[in-house]
Design a binder for this molecule. Structure first.
Ligand SMILES: Nc1ncnc2c1ncn2[C@@H]1O[C@H](COP(=O)(O)OP(=O)(O)OP(=O)(O)O)[C@@H](O)[C@H]1O
Ligand SMILES: O=C(O)c1ccc[n+]([C@@H]2O[C@H](COP(=O)([O-])O)[C@@H](O)[C@H]2O)c1
Length: 218
């Protein structure tokens, strides 16, 4: 059977239940040999990260410890170690070189990123290296045609089944419209700054870590 690696990249500032839901949804759908979490080193479309790299990494380890009991989760720190602005195309080139031409690579994202995929560096070339697996975030529906025209037509051309993603190296897109988790890191940072606990949005062990290290305070 083809080796399949699913990648979830993100700022994870902080990691929250929406990230874990996205990763575990695709881990269940694809049954990849590896589910790699890739914290971005320097997400060039964001104005900066609030938590230090070491804290984001520690929170990721805590948040995914539960999922790691049932799915083959690993943390890949290459984007932090690279020390340059984070472009997914660079990461995919490196993962493809590592895994060889036949492995299935599936880059996971929420629908907000799909809606701006045409702003990513060399975005069309991403499909030469990987598939994409997209989960809807609240308010997103394919029927509303909420995508830039270039992304919509690329998606129409590349729509594939889970089996195609699982068993071929790259070039397909799969959209899971069922995930509907109304959580964002922005909302969590704002809640924590107001002194709220954000209990239902974030894992208790991550929340403990945030409190112990006085993260996201005003
Ligand atoms: N609730 C969610 N449901 C589905 N996908 C999500 C959800 N939250 C984040 N994602 C996806 O996870 C990836 C990493 O997201 P990121 O770390 O930027 O979190 P975020 O909550 O979107 O952060 P922020 O509010 O700071 O922009 C992105 O592809 C994003 O679309
Ligand atoms: O490659 C790009 O140009 C690019 C532009 C925006 C986002 N990304 C990637 O998309 C993932 C989610 O990004 P973010 O900003 O929502 O945390 C993360 O892995 C980013 O590196 C990548």
């Amino acid at each position: 059977m083809t080796l399949c690696v699913a990648l979830l990249g993100g700022s994870f500032d902080p990691v929250h239940n929406g990230h874990v839901a996205l990763a575990t949804l695709f881990a269940t759908l694809l049954e990849p040999d590896q589910l790699r979490i890739l914290p971005a080193g320097s997400p060039w479309q964001k104005s900066g990260l609030q938590a230090r790299d070491a804290d984001r990494i520690a929170m990721l380890r805590l948040a995914f410890a539960g999922a790691a009991a049932t799915h083959p989760v690993t943390l890949d720190l290459q984007e932090i170690e690279r020390g340059t602005p984070t472009y997914t195309i660079d990461t995919l080139r490196s993962v493809r070189a590592e895994l060889g031409p036949d492995a299935s690579i599936v880059f996971l994202m929420g629908s907000d990123q799909l809606q701006q995929l045409d702003s990513w560096r060399e975005w069309r070339q991403l499909f030469e290296l990987a598939h994409i697996g997209v989960a809807a975030r609240p308010g997103f529906s394919m029927a509303d045609a909420a995508l830039p025209a270039a992304v919509a037509s690329e998606l129409t051309m590349r729509r594939g089944s889970l089996a195609q993603l699982r068993n071929t190296p790259s070039g397909r897109a799969y959209l899971a419209e069922t995930l509907d988790v109304d959580i964002s890191a922005t909302q969590i940072r704002a809640a924590l700054q107001r002194g709220e606990k954000a209990n239902s949005l974030i894992s208790p062990v991550v929340l403990d870590y945030i409190q112990q290290h006085n993260l996201y305070e005003i």
